[in-house]
Structure formats: structure tokens, C-alpha cells
Design a protein around this ligand. Structure first.
Ligand code: ZN
Length: 209
């Protein structure tokens, strides 16, 4: 795989996965079941612990019951989902916009979870307008997660708006990305150039009319 990044960094919580940066077919993280309401799903243990903390806070602070829908997925599971979508939609382009190609999904990292409100396992853009969706978008960073595919950033992330898909990065980075208000791709580029502090301050210093 030409676009594959070296696997030596793949365990880092800021490892970037997208259409250009794919994960090796052989990469299998160590995962455990998340201990929250919803479908029985797994994540890396650091991400799982953070998710459990987030679900509890949603409940305690705002009486919001979140549910897990889909967490860790192996390369071969992703292959199956992608092929099925391509068949249903009858178009590679349409399938590509909605489902990650095998190796291009954060779910293979064990650091992503698709969440829904309790009682609904529907993953659609409507989630962003629900109480739960709004809470996730405003609070996920406090627990080390970001809403990875924000509205209006499709050109950069390569994926349609997915208010339900959260990616674990650890609190420091999740907060920085949330504050910068940029997609992970932009943040990582800036971080590599060590200018992310500038990005954050640029947002803070913005003078509103
Ligand atoms: Zn997802």
C-alpha cells in the first residue's frame, strides 16, 4: 500500500487515518469491550475508559443517554461493509463518500466509536440536531474525543458530515482541535510544523463584530 504510514506510529493517539493515510491490513490493536449502554462494541482500553467517562457525564450533567453502535472493526470487516455499500448504491463514488475503504477507517485503530441516542441506532446527520448530538459536539473534547467529520469540512476530511463518529486523541489534542475549530488533517499539519499554538491563539484572538 503506497499511502500507508509507517506502522511504528500507528499506536499514537494522533495517528492520522484517511483516504491518503491508510493503515496496514495487518494492524490489529489490543481492544476491550466498552462498559456502556448500547451494542456490544470494543475499543482500545484508553479510548474505552474515556468513552465510559463521557457517557456517564452526559447522563449525570444533562440526563442524556448515549448508546454505542459501532466501535473497533477489523480490516476484513471494513472490506465487507464497503463491498456491501458499493453494491447497494451501485456506485464507487457514492460508496466512497459514505464508507471508508478498508485500511482508511479509524475504526480499525480501535479509537473510533459511532454513537447514537439510547433507543435509536440510526446513524444519520439528524443526530447532530438531537440533544445528544449537540452535547457530543460541545463536550466530547473534555473526554479526549473529537467529532471527526464536521459539517462543511468534507473537502478536507474526504468524508460526509458524521456527527455520530467520535475519534479518541486524548484530552490535550482533542481540546486543542476543538478550540482551533479545524479538522484533524489541518491540525496535524500545523502540529508537524509546530504552529498549532498559533492556530489556537488565532481563534482566541479573533475579534467578533
Ligand atoms: Zn464511524
Amino acid at each position: 500500500m503506497d499511502a500507508a504510514m509507517p506502522d511504528k506510529d500507528v499506536d499514537s493517539t494522533v495517528f492520522l487515518v484517511n483516504r491518503e493515510h491508510k493503515i496496514s491490513e495487518d494492524y490489529i490493536p489490543e481492544v476491550r469491550k466498552t462498559n456502556v449502554y448500547g451494542m456490544s462494541q470494543s475499543m482500545r482500553s484508553d479510548a474505552a475508559a474515556a468513552l465510559e467517562e463521557m457517557f456517564k457525564a452526559a447522563k449525570d450533567e444533562s440526563k442524556i443517554s448515549l448508546a454505542t453502535v459501532s466501535g473497533y472493526r477489523s480490516y476484513s470487516k471494513q472490506s465487507t461493509i464497503y463491498s456491501r455499500k458499493k453494491k447497494t448504491l451501485g456506485s464507487v463514488d457514492k460508496a466512497d463518500a459514505l464508507v471508508a475503504l478498508p485500511g482508511a477507517s479509524e475504526h480499525q485503530l480501535g479509537m473510533a466509536m459511532d454513537v447514537a441516542q439510547r433507543g435509536s441506532s440510526q446513524l444519520n446527520s439528524g443526530f447532530g440536531k438531537t440533544k445528544g448530538g449537540k452535547w457530543v459536539s460541545e463536550n466530547a473534547h473534555r473526554f479526549g474525543f473529537i467529532v471527526r467529520y464536521p459539517l462543511g469540512q468534507e473537502e478536507i476530511t474526504g468524508y460526509a458530515y458524521e456527527p455520530w463518529h467520535v475519534r479518541y486523541l486524548g484530552k490535550e489534542y482533542a481540546k486543542a482541535i476543538y478550540q482551533a475549530g479545524v479538522p484533524m488533517e489541518v491540525f496535524i499539519s500545523a502540529h508537524r510544523l509546530e504552529i498549532y499554538e498559533f492556530l489556537i491563539h488565532a481563534v482566541e484572538d479573533e475579534v467578533l463584530p
